[in-house]
Design a binder for this molecule. Structure first.
Ligand code: ADP
Ligand code: MG
Length: 264
């Protein structure tokens, strides 16, 4: 794998029973790169994202994150669960549905992984958790419980919790889809900041204006294939494939323009 590559997938395939969901996906994300995965519901975006951290085991193909390889090609010894856990620890994942521990305070949610999985001392974990909560704008919510937070605040806690594990890569699966429209911006602002700090990220998103602004590369998937891949503005403003055009036509062009940042 090239030195500046952070994520590489080679010919990844996955079926659920008879249903072929990923039909040979290859992609490369450079260190610090941001890729947006777009496409209709059911096209395989979540499955692909879950294959990157082996939350879903592909049937075949190769997955490399930060120079560590999980090889599922025929004839290879399948990775053991411990190897998969170690591999997965290098990626942080944020889901549509937050998945916070309801019985733990915000800061406990953020500290839990470092303390129990990484065996970090309490005080150190607490200090870092407070720093991360500051970073996502929730320093004052450290002692609150998730039920007292808005959706946008919960999602920012989920991001802080993922970052507490010091991942090399962050994966976002429709992180703003469950939010009221007025709360989307505060979560996207955190993602934007991570991008500017050089975090390597793959985002499944329906926020086309955001994908266009923050992603370097946009990948349009349909029916288990990559249909089109290119520079974010090219794919979103001037898609080459008819299927990409048809998909993007569902998103209001005026809305897209209105949400896009002013041009320099
Ligand atoms: P997307 O995120 O693009 O909407 P998904 O990757 O979630 O697509 O799903 C792709 C297809 O795979 C869908 O038809 C979905 O029903 C199916 N699928 C996803 N996960 C499973 C699973 N664990 N078992 C069976 N079918 C699944
Ligand atoms: Mg999905």
């Amino acid at each position: 794998m090239a030195k500046d590559t952070m994520i590489e997938l080679i010919d990844v395939r996955k079926s659920f029973g008879e249903l072929k969901v990923l039909k040979g996906i290859s992609l490369r994300v450079p260190r610090g790169g941001v890729v947006a995965l777009i496409g209709p519901s059911g096209s395989g975006k979540s499955t692909l994202l879950r294959c990157i951290n082996v939350l879903t085991k592909p049937d075949s193909g190769v997955i490399d994150v930060g120079g560590r390889t999980m090889d599922f090609t025929a004839g290879h010894r399948l990775p053991r669960d411990r190897e998969i856990s170690a591999f997965r620890a290098r990626t942080g994942m944020v889901f549509q549905s937050f998945n916070l521990f309801p019985h733990m305070s915000v800061i406990r949610n953020v500290m839990e992984g470092p303390v129990t999985v990484l065996r970090r001392p309490e005080e150190e974990a607490r200090r870092e958790a407070l720093e991360l909560l500051g970073k996502v704008g929730l320093h004052d919510k450290a002692e609150s419980y998730p039920e007292r937070l808005s959706g946008g605040q919960k999602q920012r806690v989920a991001i802080a919790r993922a970052l507490a594990m010091k991942p090399e890569v962050m994966l976002f699966d429709e992180a703003t889809s469950a939010l009221d429209p007025e709360l989307v911006g505060e979560v996207l602002a955190v993602v934007r900041q991570l991008a500017s700090e050089g975090m390597t990220m793959v985002l499944v998103t329906h926020e086309m204006a955001f994908a266009r602004e923050v992603a370097d590369t946009v990948i349009f998937m349909r029916d288990g294939y990559v249909v089109e891949e290119g520079a974010a503005r090219q794919v979103i403003d001037a898609p080459r494939e008819a299927a990409t055009r048809a998909f993007l036509s569902h998103f209001h062009q005026n809305g897209l323009a209105a949400a896009a940042p002013p041009q320099a």
